[in-house]
Design a protein around this ligand. Sequence first.
Ligand code: ASP
Ligand code: MG
Length: 420
Amino acid sequence: MKVFKFGGASVNSIERIRNVAHIMTHWGNEKIVVIVSAMGKTTNALEKVVDAFFAGKKEEALQLFEQVKQQHLTTAKYTLVTHYLECENQLKDFFTEVEWLLHDKPVRDYDYYYDQVVCAGELFSTAIVSAYLNETGVSNKWLDVRDIIRTDNDFRDATIDWEFTRQKTNELVLPQFNHCNVVLTQGFIGATDENESTTLGREGSDYTAAVFANMLDAKSLSIWKDVESVMNADPKQFPDAVPIPELNYNEVIEMAYYGAQVIHPKTIKPLQNKAIPLYVKCFLDPSLPGTVIHNKPVHHLPPIIVLKEKQVMLEMSSRDFSFVGEHHVGHLYNLFEKLNIKPNLTQNGAISFVCVLDDRTEKVEKLASAAADFLDVQVVKELSLLTVRHYTKEIFEKLTESRTILLRQQTTETIQLLLH
Ligand code: ASP
Ligand code: MG
């Protein structure tokens, strides 16, 4: 058995949905669980619906939702013939689920509503893709993953109940393979024991795919993307980026930790735990080798570069020249936990503590004001954080040419620079 994951970009147009069918046809008799994300920018569009609803702008929310509906109906209309009506009925049930909620007034917290609305994107896309595959002869069973993936009620960042989910996977997924070779379901979403929808964090479909790979002891997981393979840097930022044919789990976890947007950071653990190889493949040209990520040692990696923009530095120092020690730092880490902040870099000095964060203004302000109760706080914005793994002197010089380095942290393998 294999697991495939198709991301939002791979299903964001009629041609691309056809392309998914084309790829699937290639795998003939293999048993495959297919995980699909919401189409294109649907998740962002649904976030706007939630924002309007939560701000009490019901009409605006309904109108924004109407646009999302129409986009999906149009896509269904242009992709499907014999399966159109069936798909339309399924879509309409999902539309009603959301609209019913949008007609109410918000009485619970934002994150709850976020998950109830945003989860619809994956339901819509999978309904269409599944219908299209069935219509073109890739016989498959569509499942609502909310019947399988059970989570806690930490909305927007839900944690999976592995025991329950494993049991449901055995009960609901495996028997389908007696009737067809493909089971198709949603990434990113789950449900609580009270049947409330939850999400696993943005870009979480990779993680869902890895969870299924683990639970099904899959031979491999393939993530189909619009890039030729994992690259050593983001080609949009660094045009000379080169493909990396082979990586190991460790390297990828490090890359994701430093902010490389390759694969969702939570994806690796479920695969590593069962030594399941991960293939990153190009859906635009499946004949390209892509990247394999596995347990084996990999030598001679190129420098791996991660550039994070929109960084903010908080410089915190004691007011009375006392040491900033475990007492203060412990207190700061409690604040990080409370505000759900993950610093990208920290540095402790005698009478100061520096941390670098993504500039999510509201959180940064909360942190700065809480820290100001016991330390002097200075905030510097508009910074970039550059991380280079397997750095060389040449690459270091090239990347820092004519830039001011505010802070530098270095191990034998990794260098991090905070730049103006
Ligand atoms: N559709 C979700 C998102 O855009 C999940 C995913 O694509 O993995 O974040
Ligand atoms: Mg996506």
